[in-house]
Design a protein around this ligand. Structure first.
Ligand SMILES: Cc1cc2nc3c(=O)[nH]c(=O)nc-3n(C[C@H](O)[C@H](O)[C@H](O)COP(=O)(O)OP(=O)(O)OC[C@H]3O[C@@H](n4cnc5c(N)ncnc54)[C@H](O)[C@@H]3O)c2cc1C
Length: 399
């Protein structure tokens, strides 16, 4: 699994490890290791720790207060954080909206919103999908009509991840109903505390409620919250999605997940031998490890392009497909390894304050992450759609 790292890279890795040893509390990393639900305050705490160290915005240019790390540094950081069971950095403001504001936002928007993202003053969520607009996102219907110096927004967004915590939402809205679908969309920043907004939770297959419906009834949005030009939102939306898909690859968390499965498979006995020695199980482990090595290299190539200032292109679809397949396979291996001990799944088990369920292999919650990770092939644009995007690109290239 080793890529070659220079002495300078290894020194950086040591620095990251020392930081994690000092700043990541054991109770928090245990919650992450055991796949228990994190509180909003847990995520805010970790965000603040990274910001204080100047390590929050790895992908931002220095001119905006970012770390502007090389691809290798980002890779090392992600890997070490995952192996130490650090909480995931909530991506909506930091890795999704921020690149859009940096490229298309006005100076006033950059000056106002970007420092707030770093400080954790706002919790952003993503208002793209609607009940009738998922894969076919351009058919979205949430309407924004300009009246004086405000847009009046009506409609419904859905699948809004962590919207229950958010005070801000970036939304795609329809501002022209007569133009071609893609040409009548605008990108608006909306304060979730504006009258007329209602957030309703959706319960997922793992029993958790991390996604929501967001309803808008005559919501007034100041015109200065329009990003870029009216009716040009589709361009900004697509730019954001390439960043979202690249982030989903999750090389570090797959490495941590695979290491955990190995640990469990050494403890589990199957027919008198450790499961890790079972040829069928070992072959699946080896296959996923090889896939992960290949993807890690592709990821480095694509991230270094992004670090050099280019937007990740169609390759982000490739990363999204491979990265999510690998993550799903790892949760499936964990589920199979613990066998019946994955069964007493109850959403209550995800709550750290409840009495723990029997866990002879110290595997933590296994069925929950297995079910939860089914989402990976759907969100950020389903894997079927990513295959279409990538194959169209390949066909064009082959001409
Ligand atoms: C857990 C979770 C969290 C999410 N978080 C957010 C969020 O925070 N913000 C947000 O805006 N959205 C979010 N989404 C929405 C997500 O982006 C959409 O679910 C996704 O784009 C698919 O859209 P859909 O659900 O409407 O399915 P549909 O578009 O109805 O697709 C249904 C099925 O048909 C397949 N399909 C559709 N069209 C084609 C085609 N042309 N060719 C081949 N197959 C096709 C799809 O692959 C899928 O399997 C989230 C979704 C989930 C599950």
């Amino acid at each position: 699994m080793d890529l070659s790292y220079s002495e300078k890279d290894e020194a950086f890795r040591a620095e990251v490890r020392a930081f994690l040893a000092e700043k990541l509390p054991k109770e928090l990393s245990e919650k992450v290791r055991l796949s228990q639900d994190l509180e909003k305050s847990d995520m805010e705490f970790w965000h603040a720790q990274l910001n204080a160290r100047g390590w929050l915005a790895a992908n931002w240019p220095k001119s905006f207060g970012g770390a502007e790390w090389s691809a290798v540094e980002r890779n090392i950081f992600e890997e070490e954080c995952a192996m130490a069971d650090a909480p995931r950095i909530v991506p909506f403001g930091l890795s999704m909206l921020a690149p859009v504001l940096q490229k298309f936002g006005s100076k006033a928007q950059q000056d106002h919103w970007l420092p707030r993202i770093l400080n954790g003053d706002d919790w952003w969520c993503q208002g793209y999908s609607e009940p009738g607009a998922g894969s076919d996102l351009a058919s979205l219907k949430t309407r924004a009509v300009l009246e004086g110096d405000h847009y009046i927004v009506n409609g419904q967004k859905t699948w809004t991840t962590l919207g229950q915590h958010a005070n801000m939402i970036f939304c795609l809205v329809r501002t022209d109903t007569t133009a071609k679908a893609q040409e009548g969309i605008s990108f608006l920043l909306i304060d979730m505390n504006t009258p007329g907004i209602e957030v309703r939770p959706i319960t997922l297959i793992d029993g958790g409620a991390e996604v929501n419906e967001v309803w808008f009834t005559d919501v007034k949005v100041p015109v200065e919250n329009l990003v870029g030009e009216e009716n040009k939102g589709w361009t900004y939306a697509k730019y954001l999605l390439t960043h979202e898909r690249t982030n989903i690859a999750g090389v570090g968390s797959s490495r941590a997940g695979l290491a955990a499965v190995k640990r469990i498979a050494k403890k589990v006995q199957a027919r008198g031998r450790p499961l890790i020695e079972n040829p069928h199980f070992a072959a699946r482990m080896a296959q996923v490890e090889i896939d992960l090595m290949a993807m890690a290299t592709t990821n480095l190539r694509i991230v270094s392009k992004a670090a050099a200032g280019q937007a990740p292109g169609v390759e982000s679809s490739l990363l999204k497909i491979k990265g999510t397949q690998i993550r799903q396979e790892i949760t499936d291996l964990a589920r199979r390894a613990v066998g019946p001990h994955a069964m007493p799944f109850a959403s209550d088990a995800l709550d750290a304050s409840n009495t723990p369920l029997p866990d002879p292999y110290d595997a933590g919650e296994v069925a929950g992450p297995y079910f939860n990770n089914r989402k990976l092939a759907i969100f950020g644009g389903s894997n079927e759609i990513q295959r279409e995007i990538y194959s169209k690109h390949m066909m064009r290239g082959a001409k």
